[in-house]
Design a protein around this ligand. Structure first.
Ligand code: PMP
Length: 429
């Protein structure tokens, strides 16, 4: 990694921390500088070839450098970059999302997930006349001022103890007052949500949730939980917001709302939607989103719906619709999960592997009994660090907190290789 090491020294002089995106490099011993990506592989400046399960934190659902995406971006960019006005491709994309996503009656495009989340909050406040939001511990909704209080973190020690669950790291510089915007509850506890709403519904504008708790442990909702939230929001006239930044286009082409058959009032799509180009969508039912239409709620942004980003989203969705890789992504993900479970058992490791398949999380844990999902987050971080590092040395990249993403570009051989290498690594740590 000598060239990467040299580049890191250079970049640290001009980029804070040496990078622009991640705020920390969990468990990765080396900062790696990449030259290019192709399909399921990523290549670095030192000539190393990695099998990539990070997909650049999720967006690359078709793998790196999908030719149809790159060509569409190039072709549509030829016609101009940004019109800051109506253009036909934007309408085509909106019509496509309207056809595919159950809650997408009206929508607006933005640049990323964080910004779209804030737009949903604004709409919810404007419509209900209430100020607070109910959200869940361990969920991540971006890094902007308010939601960064109680930001999700990759381990139980940052989630806190059972007695003191909400520990807030990385809070320097956040406005103190925005801490009060939220009531934060444990995930998957419908009774607690019910009790809390009974006391606080008069001040709550919306419930926001990741439909699957992807940012900590990759935990699926308990039977009836999402439907329960749906019913409660309907009962109290507050917005149900699904943050589908990770699950959108990953659990199904219509997001996890189509997968689970629960329609929220508003939802956020980003990451996989644009195959790595900066585009997100806030979509929702007409009765909520029309507040933007009526110009009651401001939604702006000079760079929204630029030609390359619209082209990238249209091309990504075209490929997803044509190839329908979902059955395969679930199957490959589950095969890899089973392979990891077996390899861990063979080498006497207690490895907890959780998730639906297209994404999943691993953690070493001494799980004796599970009272609720929090118990499943008590990971041995040092051991996970060793595993991730050793995998990295074997040229397999996984997100440092133990998250794996499957893309449509991963092959059966990629999965077999990952299982074989994981077994070897688990035998050595
Ligand atoms: N919501 C969720 C569920 C996310 O995982 C993320 C990003 N990891 C965001 C929101 C923020 O999206 P972005 O990084 O595109 O601003």
């Amino acid at each position: 990694y000598s060239k990467s090491a040299e580049l890191l020294e250079r970049s640290k002089k001009v980029l804070a921390g040496g990078v622009s995106s991640e705020f920390r490099k969990y468990n990765h011993p080396h900062a790696i500088f990449y030259t290019h990506g192709k399909g399921s592989h990523l290549f670095d400046v030192d000539g190393n070839d990695y099998l990539d399960f990070t997909l650049s934190q999720g967006p690359l659902i078709l793998g790196h450098s999908h030719p149809h995406v790159l060509k569409s971006v190039a072709d549509y960019s030829e016609e101009g970059q940004l019109f800051a006005g109506q253009h036909i491709k934007e309408v085509e994309l909106a019509e496509t999302l309207n056809r595919l996503i159950p809650s997408a009656e009206l929508m607006r495009f933005c640049l990323d997930g964080s910004e779209a989340v804030q737009t949903a909050f604004r709409v919810a406040r404007a419509k209900t006349g209430k100020q607070k939001f109910l959200r869940f511990e361990g969920h991540y909704h971006g890094w902007l001022d308010n939601v960064a209080w109680g930001i999700s973190t990759p381990s139980a020690d940052a989630l806190g103890s059972r007695e003191n669950p909400n520990v807030f790291p990385w809070s320097a510089g956040l406005p103190e007052h925005s801490k009060d915007e939220f009531i934060i509850l444990p995930w998957n506890d419908l009774d607690l949500v019910k009790k809390t709403l009974a006391d606080h519904h008069h001040e709550i504008a919306a419930i926001i949730t990741e439909p699957i708790m992807c940012n900590n442990g990759c935990i699926v909702p308990q039977e009836g939980f999402l439907q329960g939230l749906r019913d409660l929001c309907g009962q109290y006239g507050i917005a149900l917001i699904f943050d589908e930044v990770i699950t959108g286009f990953r659990m199904s082409i219509g997001g996890s709302q189509r997968y689970f058959g629960i329609t929220p009032d508003m939802s956020i799509f980003a990451k996989a939607m644009g195959s790595g180009y900066p585009i997100s969508a806030i979509v929702g039912k007409r009765e909520w989103m029309s507040l933007i239409e009526d110009a009651k709620v401001i939604h702006a942004g000079t760079m929204n719906s630029s030609n390359p980003t619209i082209a990238a989203a249209l091309a990504t969705i075209e490929v997803l619709e044509k190839e329908n890789p979902y059955e395969r992504m679930f199957r490959l993900g589950n095969k890899l999960m089973d392979g990891l479970r077996k390899a861990a058992a063979d080498h006497n490791h207690n490895l907890l592997v959780q998730g639906p398949g297209p994404m999943f999380n691993i953690g070493f844990t001494d799980l004796k009994s599970v009272k609720d999902y929090r118990d499943t987050l008590s990971y041995d971080r040092a051991k996970l660090g060793k595993f991730i590092s050793a995998m990295h040395d074997e040229r397999i990249r996984i997100i440092g907190r133990g998250l794996w993403y499957i893309s449509a570009a991963h092959t059966e051989e990629d999965i077999d290789h990952a299982i074989e290498v994981s077994a070897r690594v688990l035998g050595s740590i």
